[in-house]
Design a protein around this ligand. Structure first.
Ligand code: ZN
Length: 338
């Protein structure tokens, strides 16, 4: 079967790889749609994501949905639409024991070089998936939308880390796909106001299309001071933390969701102390995938986040478009015919 494989920086190939047959605790999924994430772009362009460098060829992709093709245990009928939970925590460590498997110290994640051997991803025509990683989709949720379930779960986890956002004024820093999905989720959760920021116009247009209340163009518009209860920093720019700390109220909450490359870098943190702000990290998600699927089944409001869809054979073009935030938001690969 065809699979999209990163062999090193700038070396992306559509390889023919062997299709395994599923063991008893797993099913064979015919993948239909895969969303391109920033990490896929980093593996393709730089051969690494932060400290995680490619040490062997890696099938990219962790935002994958499809249809069950074969279930040896006969519990899920062939043709059933499913999403795939990309995480497989160890189940043994202290973090797994305290029900925070998203920070499992031994965790593996689809399409990731964080562990060796690498965990092969899902940008392929088929994939063997353990039953506990499978989520059966509601009938009313089309696969074209369900492909947003994984990145939306990341946004939902950040909102949960903030202690929930119902009735609160929420600032989302950065209007990439994760930021916009977090903003849409905050609206759905009953936030009083949701604002998003970006350096570029196009992401702010997408933000307005999903119903964000106010958009702020960094460099030309200004953010109100001490206005927000919660800020979710989704841009990954260390320079954005200072403005987020300034924009939240005293005793407000700032959640760092955007990833940083390793290494020290300057940031303005003085307000953290004087305003007694809670500054928290958010990493991936755990049970939020189920919340995410339910939300996507209930509303089409997040559909504008998917701006482009390409065939797997056009993956190089798709990754280049996905890397250009001035024209795209979430770019989706069609992994096989529905
Ligand atoms: Zn664990």
């Amino acid at each position: 079967m065809k699979a999209l494989v990163a062999h090193g920086a700038g070396d992306l190939r559509l390889d023919d790889i062997e299709l395994e047959s599923p063991p008893a605790d797993s099913v064979l999924v015919r993948n239909t749609h895969g969303g391109i994430c920033g990490s896929d772009i980093h593996y393709y362009r730089h051969g690494a994501v932060g400290a995680f460098a490619l040490r062997e060829p890696l099938v990219l992709g962790h935002e994958v949905v499809g249809k069950v093709a074969d279930d040896p245990s006969k519990t899920i009928p062939a043709g059933t639409n499913v999403a795939i939970h990309p995480a497989s925590p160890c189940g043994q460590c202290a973090e797994c024991g305290t029900k925070v498997p998203n920070v499992c110290r031994n965790g593996r994640y689809l399409g990731s070089a964080a562990t060796f051997p690498h965990t092969q991803g899902g940008f392929s025509e088929y994939m063997v998936v353990r039953l506990d990683q499978l989520r059966v989709l509601p009938e009313e949720l089309p696969l074209e939308r369900a492909v947003l379930a994984e990145p939306l779960a990341v946004g939902l986890h950040a909102l949960n880390r903030a202690g929930g956002v119902a009735g609160k004024k929420v600032l989302i820093g950065g209007s990439g796909p994760i930021g916009i999905l977090a903003a849409g989720a905050a609206k759905a959760a009953g936030a009083a106001e949701v604002w998003t920021t970006d350096l570029l116009d196009h992401p702010l247009q997408i933000a307005r299309a999903v119903g964000v209340d106010h958009t702020v163009r960094i460099g030309s518009d200004t953010l109100p001071d001490q206005y927000f209860d919660v800020a979710i920093e989704a841009s990954g720019a260390p320079s954005a933390i200072g403005p987020a700390l300034a924009a939240v109220r005293r005793r407000g909450v700032v959640v760092q969701l955007g990833m940083f490359a390793p290494g020290p870098r300057p940031m303005e943190l003085s307000a953290l102390i004087a305003k007694e702000i809670d500054l928290l990290g958010a990493f991936r998600f755990s049970t939020e995938l189920d919340e995410s699927i339910a939300l996507l089944a209930a509303t089409s409001v997040l559909d504008p986040v998917v701006t482009h869809t390409y065939e797997l054979a056009e993956a190089g073009v798709a990754l280049d478009i996905a890397a250009d935030a001035s024209v795209s938001s979430k770019v989706v690969l069609k992994l096989s015919d529905v």
